[in-house]
Every structure is written in structure tokens, then in C-alpha cells.
Ligand binder design. Structure first.
Ligand code: ADP
Ligand code: MG
Length: 470
């Protein structure tokens, strides 16, 4: 096992023991830099993550490392490192079976791994339950029910009690971050809790597609259909991604029919109802509508507040009521974002030893909304603001006049489009109405050089940057 695989296994374990929001906040972009004689160096993205992993998760990390390695960990160190392409592992792709493009192997790691491969495999297998794809943290108990999701919740409950008998298939649809995945895992978890012999499999439609395409290449079609057609419960998340994948749709159609005929439960989710999924075969569409379709809507204020209270107290925090309301008012669209904000707030306060309050939340949300403002940055808006700053009009900058001031403003605009948006030179040229992108290259280089030596220009550019992102 190389360092990358080792860390993926550890992440896989951690993901099932801590909350998804915590996991994402602290473990995304972490990796193992080196292992040497039981000393492990972990790369983290910033000092907060370093402190947090050390103070909160050290023992969990060590436990998991030791279990996976089969060796004692004598020392652990966290290094702040920019997520280099070679070493970093994105937490969201730390799922079993997801191929990682990069390999990270130091000699020390190799020597550990050769002795330990067998131990670690058995341990990993043993820690996995019958349905390794299910996240045990997504349960009915910690799902808050409100008007927005009560139909979906009731259907999910029924299906978990009578799999294959009541609503088959069960189809959830609704916007991002509203609890569809959570509900589907909850059904799977409840079914296996009631009857551990039930074979439940959770996949995303992308995973299903990938597995199917792999199978076509390796010609192990038998194993694939045995796996899928032998299930008691099949859960497919984000089925909209099957749209326009003809071969996979065909395979899914047969899988669906086999399972359905044998009264095996099928549960699916999508961001839209079956009839609105583009490029989905009609025969699949009509099958998806055969059982029960239930929508999940945006939760109302009360439900959002209840979710916040629940999440905070699960982490040992009782937030003041007005703070709960404040957060609930600010995050209306997406519960995942709400959770992220809450985790951020709690972490921020714990690290500083202060009590969460509205004014702190305001500060943090302020920086959040400025990042969303950043997303609306375009070459055009940069051009306009630069022109305004220099008391010129945008057409001055896109025009052909070569006066000194105009030329400089034009170059600054190109420089900012480059540095703020990381735009390509042809794109920069296009924004300035120029055909030839060598001018853009030349301009960006020139300003890059000038800001080194020219303090006034540097001050101008800093001010402009602030206005651009305002
Ligand atoms: P979707 O699959 O609809 O995009 P998820 O199921 O991934 O959304 O939900 C996003 C996050 O919000 C998850 O962490 C989930 O636990 C949480 N969440 C969503 N709805 C609820 C709810 N009603 N009660 C508690 N947590 C919720
Ligand atoms: Mg989902």
C-alpha cells in the first residue's frame, strides 16, 4: 500500500465517523507527505487545519493509521503545504473504487507497505460493514422534517419498512443540498439495521456508468450483472447524469427490470423530475414514474433553524437563538452551505476561545458573500471598473487611441483580467476588442515588471483590486 492508498483508507474511515461538513472542512486537500519508521507527516492546507487536526482529530487519525498500517505510529506532524498536484487528495473523491490519477511513493513508504499490505487489507475489509457505500451518519434520526420534505421523508420511511413492497421505484427529486442523498442513505441504513442480510448498494449514476464502462473493457460483464442483479436494494444517486449515455441507459434498463420484477427495491434521486431529465429514453422515464416520485423543496425558516440547532448541539454547541435565526435567514437555498457556514463559525470561535455571536457570524458571512461576488467577476466588469478608476470610458480602453494614460489603463485592465480571472491571453485580447493576443502578453508582462518598482502604480492596482471585488 502506498501513502496515497493508505491515506485514502484513513479518510474513508474518518468520513464515516465525523460529520460530512467537518470532514470536508478539515480533510479536504490533505495528504501524506512521508512515512518513515512510524513517523507520519501529513500535509494540510493552512494553519487552522493544522491546529484543528492536532487538537481534535489526532487520536482518530492515529487510530486509523495504526489499524490500516498494522504498525504503531510513533510521531505525527502536520505541515502546511500548498495542495501540490502530486500529493493532494481531494476529500470528496476519497471513495472506495475511485481511481486517483497520481501516485505518491517515497522509499520509506514502500518499505512499510511491502510488509504490511496483507494486514492492512484484512483490517480494511473487516472495518467495512455489509454495505460499505452507506454513510452511517445519514440517518432518519438526524433528519429534520418540515413542510418542504415531509412527503419525501414519509415515503422513505415506508420504503425502509417495506422494501420492494410499497413504492417501487422510489424517486426523489429537488435542488442541490436539500437532503436527497441524506434520505437515501437513511433508507439504506434502516433497511440493513432491520435485516443485516439485505444486500444494499448505493452508487451515483456516474459510478454506475464508470463501472459499466470498465466492465465493457475487461469483458467481465457477468460479474457486473451478478453484482447488480443480485441486490435486494439498489440506490442510484443523481440519476440525471445517465442522460445522453445510451449504452449505460440500456444496461440500467435491464438491471432495473430484473430487480423490479423480483420485487427488489430501487431508489433514485435526481435534480429534476423524470419527465424533465434531458436525453433520457422514454422507456426509462416511464419506469421511473411507475412507483412514487417525491420532491424535496427548499426548507422554510423554521426548518432551517431546527437544522442549525440540531447540528450545533451535535457538536456540543448551544447557540443563542438570535444567532440561529441569523444564520437561518442568511442561508436559504442550500443546507450544505448552511452546514458549512456553521462549521466554519464554530471552528473559528473554538480556535480563538470565544463564544459564537451574531457579530462574528456577520464578519464571516461578509467574507463568504464577497467570495460569491467574486464569482460574478467577468473580464467586462474588470474593464469597466478599471476605466472608471482612471476616469475613462470602457470604449477608451477597447478603442485604438494610444495616449499615454489610456495605454497604461488598458494594460492595467489586461493585467487584472489575467491575475484576477486567470484568463487566457486570447480571451484577454477579446475582452479588449483586440485581434492579436501578443499585445495582451506584452501588456501583462510590462505591468508585472512595473509593479515591482513603481510604488504608485502598485497602490493604484491594489485599490482597483478592492473595488473590483466589492
Ligand atoms: P442533496 O443530495 O439533495 O444535494 P444532501 O443530502 O447531500 O443534499 O444534503 C446536504 C447536507 O445537508 C447533508 O449534510 C445533509 O445531512 C444536510 N441536510 C439536508 N437536509 C437535511 C435535513 N432535513 N435535516 C438535517 N440535515 C439535512
Ligand atoms: Mg446528493
Amino acid at each position: 500500500m502506498d501513502a496515497r492508498k493508505l491515506w485514502l483508507t484513513v479518510l474513508g474511515e474518518l468520513e464515516t465517523t465525523i460529520s460530512p461538513a467537518q470532514f470536508k472542512t478539515w480533510f479536504q486537500h490533505t495528504s501524506i507527505l512521508s512515512i518513515d519508521n512510524g513517523r507520519v507527516v501529513i500535509a494540510v492546507k493552512n494553519i487552522f487545519a493544522r491546529r484543528w487536526l492536532k487538537e481534535k482529530y489526532q487520536s482518530l487519525i492515529i487510530d486509523s493509521l495504526e489499524r490500516t498500517l498494522g504498525l504503531p505510529v510513533v510521531g505525527i506532524e502536520y505541515k502546511v503545504a500548498a495542495p501540490s498536484s502530486a500529493a493532494s487528495i481531494s476529500a470528496t473523491s476519497a471513495q472506495p473504487g475511485v481511481a486517483q490519477p497520481q501516485q505518491l511513493q517515497t522509499p520509506a513508504v514502500q518499505s512499510v507497505s511491502r510488509q504490511q499490505t496483507r494486514t492492512s487489507n484484512t483490517v480494511t475489509a473487516a472495518t467495512r460493514s455489509g454495505s460499505p457505500q452507506l454513510n452511517p451518519r445519514y440517518t432518519f434520526e438526524n433528519f429534520i422534517v418540515g413542510d418542504s420534505n415531509e412527503l419525501a421523508y414519509a415515503a422513505a420511511q415506508t420504503v425502509s419498512r417495506y422494501p420492494g413492497e410499497k413504492y417501487n421505484p422510489l424517486f426523489f427529486y429537488g435542488g442541490v443540498g436539500l437532503g436527497k442523498t441524506h434520505l437515501m442513505h437513511a433508507v439504506g441504513n434502516e433497511i440493513t439495521r432491520r435485516d443485516p442480510s439485505k444486500k444494499v448498494r448505493y452508487v451515483t449514476s456516474e459510478q454506475f456508468t464508470r463501472e459499466f464502462l470498465d466492465v465493457l473493457q475487461t469483458k467481465k460483464t457477468r460479474a457486473f450483472s451478478d453484482l447488480y442483479r443480485g441486490l435486494d436494494v439498489l440506490i442510484v444517486d443523481d440519476i440525471q447524469f445517465l442522460g445522453n449515455k445510451e449504452k449505460t441507459q440500456e444496461e440500467f434498463f435491464h438491471t432495473f427490470n430484473t430487480l423490479h420484477q423480483e420485487n427488489k427495491q430501487i431508489i433514485m434521486s435526481s435534480d429534476k423530475p423524470p419527465k424533465a431529465i434531458p436525453q433520457l429514453e422514454d422507456r426509462l422515464r416511464s419506469r421511473f414514474e411507475m412507483g412514487m416520485t417525491a420532491d424535496v423543496q427548499r426548507p422554510d425558516l423554521e426548518t432551517r433553524a431546527a437544522i442549525i440547532r440540531r447540528k450545533a448541539s451535535a457538536e456540543g454547541n448551544d447557540l443563542p437563538l438570535e444567532l440561529v435565526e441569523y444564520l437561518a435567514r442568511h442561508y436559504q437555498q442550500n443546507i450544505r452551505e448552511l452546514e458549512g457556514a456553521l462549521t466554519h463559525l464554530i471552528a473559528y470561535c473554538e480556535l480563538r476561545g470565544i463564544q459564537p455571536s451574531i457579530s462574528i457570524a456577520q464578519g464571516l458571512i461578509g467574507s463568504h458573500s464577497s467570495t460569491s461576488r467574486r464569482r460574478s467577476l467577468t473580464p467586462k466588469s474588470i474593464l469597466e471598473k478599471t476605466a472608471m478608476y482612471f476616469h475613462l470610458s470602457p470604449t477608451d480602453l477597447t478603442g485604438a487611441r494610444r495616449d499615454k494614460e489610456i495605454a497604461l489603463a488598458r494594460q492595467v485592465a489586461m493585467y487584472l483580467i489575467r491575475t484576477e480571472l486567470n484568463a487566457s491571453f486570447p480571451k484577454i485580447a477579446l475582452a479588449l476588442g483586440k485581434k492579436d493576443h501578443t499585445t495582451a502578453i506584452h501588456s501583462v508582462k510590462k505591468i508585472e515588471k512595473l509593479v515591482e518598482s513603481d510604488n504608485d502604480l502598485r497602490a493604484d492596482i491594489n485599490q482597483l483590486r478592492e473595488r473590483i471585488t466589492m
